[in-house]
Design a protein around this ligand. Sequence first.
Ligand code: MN
Length: 202
Amino acid sequence: MAYSVPDLTYAFDALEPHIDARTTEIHHDKHHAAYVANLNAALEGSDWMDRPIDDVLQNLDAIPEDKRTAVRNNGGGHANHTLFWEIMGPNGGGDPSGALGDAISEKFGGLADLRSAVNDAGVKRFGSGWTWLVWDGSGLAVESTPNQDTPVMDGKTPLLGIDVWEHAYYLNYQNRRPDYLEAWWNVVDWDAVSARFDAARG
Ligand code: MN
């Protein structure tokens, strides 16, 4: 079965003023859709299409060599954007509560420190990529990846990820990636991030 772009659970303008409606529309309907179309084209006719995308990304070495780069880039793009839409929302921001809030305080000192670490990794990512809060198997960690690579490829579970490709912010922020990263925390859906945390640590 072919992969598909998940519908947004909110309107294109629901993340304004932090992420403008036009950016969200193009990002979801054009960029994410292109990753899915290219992923489906690369895997057409193979059994890989019946596997969850994370399984595919954890087994890139088993993908035929002539398709591997396309699957890495476009499968990563599909997985990363699916997560991105899920962990944002119109009533976002504030503080994480419960076990996730406790774990963030324990590991980083507090939410402000986590934000600084994630934003710093995003600012320092040269070119295009993502900055992440992950569950690494035993605890929380912050990292960044180039292009559409994902921590899933290293067996980690991304809990929160911010797209720092220019297409994610350029209409509103132009070259001001740090301003976009600061504003992004107003749209994070901590309930969704907490659900991922609870599932990851078991
Ligand atoms: Mn993107």
